[in-house]
Design a protein around this ligand. Sequence first.
Ligand code: GLU
Ligand code: MG
Length: 446
Amino acid sequence: MTTTRSRAERAAQARTAAPRLAAEGIDGVVFGWVDNAGLTRVKSVPLAQLEHAAEYGVGAAPCFDYCLVDDSFTTTPSSSGATGDLRLVPDLDRLTPLAAQPGWAWAPADRYTQAGAPHPGCQRGFARRAAEAVEGRRMSVKAGIEVEWVVADAAGTPAAPGPGYGMTRFVEHSDYLREVLTALTRQGLDVLQLHPEYAAGQFEVSLAAEGPVEAADTAMLVRHTIRAVSARHGLRVSYAPVFSDGVLGNGGHVHLSLWRRDRNLAHGGPGRHGLHPEGEHFLAGVLAELPALLALGAPSAASYLRLVPSRFAGAYRCWGLENREAALRLITGSTAGQANAEFKCFDAAANPYLVLGGVLSAGLAGLDAGLPLPPEVRGDPAALGTADRLPTSLSEASDAYEKSALLRTALGGDLYEAVLAVRRAEAELFATRTDEDVIEATRWRY
Ligand code: GLU
Ligand code: MG
């Protein structure tokens, strides 16, 4: 579990870390955070400034809470426009020398006010509060976010046209993939699998489950690393929900298991497929809130070009054992520890902190209400004719989000309103554009 540290503790951490980093040849540290549109933003400092930055943070304009995918800004009645400042504070517990960017280290950042209080609009702070709420019930969550990406050549053409899951692609990019693997591993990441995905140029990596805030940090670091390795190989990377019209997109599937001490509540219980009652209520809570949660986990107009039936994207609000067309695929795994729920409807444009914070909040509400898990769906939900389709546009998901008292309370007014403003503004930005235009405008942004 990540902890927030005092200024003095952070400064002491930096004093210890700086000489170690210098000895490793590190010149600067980059601080990453993900905005409400789902774009990773960074600032960096030279090593000599690390202590000051850890203690007081570095300046960060609050207007980035209202920044859209195209770098334009929207506003709310409470937004301050061009005025004001926040402090971007690196979490040095996660300080990592970057294997594919020699001389650089990385740390995820929290955002604070200038007075030193947590910024209410901080997405990482929201995920941390949700994780603490789970712990408050004497439970814990293990999570992992799958990373899918498309590599392209300088002209923007998918650089690995071979078959989905194809050996051809794997052999052609052997050195590249090896470097992805070794870079991630050298950074202390616990890689489970790496493979060519279905779409042209697409690959996927999955990482071991960990605490929810840590899993979101990992997702940011993995993407940063893949981009850096790709650049060294002359490849461009796209994490956009859709790279090419009509083709499978980049998912950002969220895997979750709920634990009470060392007992996985998705294994060995009296419910369906070994679910424990608390596990069922938790999953029912997430399913109930899924249309609203899409505003967090499928945040782009392009997300709805991906989230369609028969693309393994989970376009229906239902669950099923190993069902890849259900938004919630239950996985029993080979061992007790592996049983987990995979939410497939979320994509790679999502801010991982917002998704995890939202999913945990919805799950806890289901748990508190003792919500029953609906019947399981076997086979393709589309074939049933009665299955509940998830929102089909960003506007529809934003409507559901706007009606969600649960998410308003969980995110807190400022963050909730900022996310809503960004969603509405992006829906408007793309309202009259063709699908092809939407894909074009988002392809290289995330
Ligand atoms: N790329 C698919 C998506 O958009 C998922 C493929 C799979 O991993 O099942 O979510
Ligand atoms: Mg996949």
